[in-house]
Design a binder for this molecule. Structure first.
Ligand SMILES: Cc1cc2nc3c(=O)[nH]c(=O)nc-3n(C[C@H](O)[C@H](O)[C@H](O)COP(=O)(O)OP(=O)(O)OC[C@H]3O[C@@H](n4cnc5c(N)ncnc54)[C@H](O)[C@@H]3O)c2cc1C
Length: 262
């Protein structure tokens, strides 16, 4: 089937794409809502020009912090890593915040180089895990998780935002991955697939190797979080609305005892 050339407003294009998908797959796969993020070189240059690195180091871990949201453009080659790094250097110089930002760009570059070397090896455990993991047999996450019905507002809201917008903050990615792998003992590959399906910046290397980093199959220790960590980094409002018995409300030694002792 030859796809038509999509024209008209973003809403019209989204509707036409959905109809074309019905033609291809026999059913509408997703609700036809255009993403709030707009692609293209001009938009990418505008987003880069608007980004201010001041305060980045101190606020990047907070949900509402001063992150760039440039990952879609970088992922799809609309902006080059060097171009982004140089724009920051030219406009803001070599500050503490600039260096932190370059380090994050460095992670992306590092994952990309590894992908060049490993190919599909990124989908294989790179190291023996440092803590007990589930058997990793699942190919999909349970629907209760992917449909945001766990009752844990922090996780359900993360899923809603991911599915509706195609973007979630780095810390939310880490919390969700840790929840899947360490609290629910599900395999990192099922989580990796779910993210890749929905992230607009979905990138084989950054995604698979970050999931492995959380799992501890590509890092020296597993990534675990607790309720205090969520609250300190902008998730207070989630907790205020949550009526579930919180599995994250404990000290790190206690969580390690619960989840990492055989
Ligand atoms: C489980 C998990 C899955 C992830 N999957 C992806 C993915 O599929 N695609 C993707 O681009 N990033 C992924 N990341 C990394 C990171 O979350 C995003 O790059 C970042 O949140 C994008 O938002 P930003 O552009 O505002 O980042 P900023 O904080 O503004 O960082 C600037 C740029 O640096 C790069 N960067 C920042 N943090 C990281 C990181 N930890 N690893 C690699 N590159 C980084 C990105 O290109 C980003 O655009 C993942 C992280 C985790 C924990």
């Amino acid at each position: 089937m030859i796809l038509p050339k999509f024209t008209g407003s973003r809403e019209e294009q989204a509707r036409d794409v959905a109809e074309a998908l019905v033609g291809l797959f026999g059913e509408a796969r997703e609700e036809a809502k255009p993403s709030g993020y707009v692609g293209g070189r001009q938009e990418a240059m505008e987003a880069l020009g608007k980004f201010r690195v001041g305060g980045y180091a101190g606020s990047r871990n907070k949900l509402g912090g001063g992150v760039s949201r440039l990952s879609f453009y970088i992922r799809h080659g609309v902006l080059g890593i060097r171009e982004v790094a140089e724009s920051v250097r030219e406009r803001f110089g070599k500050s503490f915040d600039s260096v932190k930002f370059w380090q994050e760009l460095g992670w992306r570059q590092f994952w990309r180089h590894l992908y060049g070397q490993l190919g599909d090896g990124i989908y294989v455990d790179r190291e023996v895990s440092k803590v007990p993991l589930g058997n990793g047999a699942e190919t999909d996450l349970p629907k209760e998780i992917t449909e945001g019905r766990t009752g844990l507002v922090c996780m359900d809201e993360t899923v809603r935002e991911l599915v509706e917008t195609g973007y979630i903050h780095n810390h939310a990615r880490m919390w969700f991955a840790s929840f899947v792998i360490h609290f629910r003992k599900l395999g990192w590959k099922a989580g990796e697939r779910f993210f890749y399906q929905h992230l607009l910046d979905g990138d084989p290397a950054s995604n698979a190797l970050s999931w492995q980093w959380v799992a501890s199959t590509f890092s020296h220790r597993a990534y675990l979080f607790n309720r205090e960590n969520i609250q300190e980094n902008g998730g207070m409002e989630w907790c205020a609305r949550c009526t579930a018995k919180c599995p994250f409300d404990a000290t790190y030694p206690e969580l390690e005892r619960r989840h990492f002792t055989k």
